[in-house]
Design a protein around this ligand. Structure first.
Ligand SMILES: [Zn+2]
Length: 102
């Protein structure tokens, strides 16, 4: 078990959240079949830091993005992404204390 910092509620046990998968990149407006297949079915499955969607299901109900090291479960930061395309969301530094790897 590890702590995850909800940008709204602060650090909470990961049991309060639901993992919703890697952050993916949308294909172009007119994707090829290969680009569309990659987008729908394939994930990078990184052994290291990856950006992920999380949902605070038993808390405030916020959807947010976390950067987590999949090898250690260390959460580097969390942020609320902006809905518009082509803009970089402003990060919200997570105040998560060091937690032991599970
Ligand atoms: Zn929350």
């Amino acid at each position: 078990m590890f702590l995850l910092a909800c940008p709204h509620c602060g650090p909470r046990s990961v049991d309060e959240f639901k993992y919703q998968g890697e952050v993916t990149r949308r294909p172009p407006e007119r994707p090829t079949l290969r680009e569309l297949t990659d987008y729908v079915y394939f994930r990078d499955n990184v052994a290291g830091v990856q950006r992920e969607w999380w949902y605070h299901g038993t808390g405030c109900g916020l959807w947010f993005v976390a950067e987590r090291d999949t090898r250690t479960n260390e959460v580097l930061r969390t942020e609320i992404p902006e809905p518009s395309r082509g803009r970089t969301p402003a990060p919200v530094e997570a105040a998560v204390p060091d937690t032991p790897a599970v």
